[in-house]
Design a protein around this ligand. Sequence first.
Ligand SMILES: [Zn+2]
Length: 538
Amino acid sequence: MIMKRLIDYLKKMEQKGHVVVTLALVLIFSAPSTAQFRGGNFQPPPLDPLVEQIVKEANENSHLEQLAHELLDIVGPRLVGTPQMDHAHNWAVETFKKWGISAENQQFGEWRGWERGISHIDLIHPRVKTLYGTQLAWSPTTGGKPVEGEVVVLPNVQDSTEFQAWLPSVKGKFVMVSMLQPTGRPEYNWREFATEESLNNIRAARAAASREWADRIRRTGVTTASLPGVLEEAGAAGVVMSYWSNEFGSNKIFGASTTKVPTIDISLEDYGVIFRLAESGQKPRLRVETESKELGKVPIFNTIAEIKGTEFPDEYVILSAHLDSWEGGSGATDNGTGTVTMMEVARILKKLYPNPKRTILIGLWGSEEQGLNGSRAFVIDNPDVIAKTQAVFNQDNGTGRVSQINGSGFLHAYDFMGRWLSAAPIGVQRHIETTFPGMPTGGSSDHASFIAAGIPAFMLSALSWGYGTITWHTNLDTYDKLVFDDLKNNVILIATLAYQASEEPELVNREQRLLPAGQDGRPGVWPQIRQPRRLGGF
Ligand SMILES: [Zn+2]
């Protein structure tokens, strides 16, 4: 569908007998590259004058770098219930207002308030090394001073009886609960340089190590989830883990489950050092200091901004991105990029298209990471908006240019999304593969909250740029990973889609496809609206 406008144009030209057209068609469909649009006499079809202005503004007067700096470097990561999250909401409102766009923070619940302080982790015996690691979110403190202790590895017990007999020995010690990785090199590095034999060897070693570690935990009679609590009950000084993200330097940083002693994550490299020292009988010792503040019950918000519609002010086009993040890095690609993209789109539309037919609403959601809580609350709390929402465009998977759009199971998405997409510049369209009617999703990101309400909502899926391993919920999710050229591409795309959806003569047809039967043979069921968590973290 995305090539439709170009193809129509080329067909028209062909009827007029332009020889160059056939050549252009051959070039386009045989070798997709930038060169194809520069070669020969081929000119892409003219753009809508407003889209042309959008392209110019997005490329020549981009605010993306400044917005990203303010959000990611100054505000930083945005864990639900933290002062940084409030800071981000207030910053977004102020920024919208600076552009003349009305905006406010709408409370939808309460959460455990917590503020991260320092994490200092040193190896002090048998040699001194400052370790690369950090406390997990919601980790308890070390009580205002450093704590020192031997670090031991979870033992390889025969059964839960042996584990219970060992347990009292953890008193005053740090306990390592993650496996030793057989290699710190990601798979792609092995594929590039290893002999076939050693590639197979390392794959086998990894699989075996994972299996053996899972067995080791299972034999304790305690689950991975409850192990930290059992260790702190037994008097451990802290829980030490390493959640490697299969990429050089990258660990995933989630939340602690201990309530009295710190849970820390240490980089693969440093974790390996202390693991091997402990296993070889060197009795390594750590000094750990973590600080943080418990802030009690605090309100949590969505930031909602809008550019009022003129012809159908009570009908909506929604630009959607979650503002919250995990906090091992600064939440740059999850979802700083979606946030600054939607804000930049809003800025450009306000400047170039200040009187849209329909109201353009920008939803920057809170607490997506704990289960789409902000967008689910918005859907339930705003039935009038939901009843008259034309479309929702959501972004939430990194910094890449949009490369896939799925029709979310709406039968006519091929028609309206196809037309709206075909208004975007060819250079933006050509990266995108569409799947119509596609399938509705029940989770994954905030568009799901709207799909459940029967609203045509679409995930504008980006090229990964190593999202899953390099940045997703990791310590490396930082400003330097942003690809601003791709973000500008997305700003142009989304501004065009919002403009087209706003101009559409009527609300689009939202008929749902029949869903294929599941494995049990029963007919598929459209995802249902789900309640958000309005009180969390306790
Ligand atoms: Zn996300």
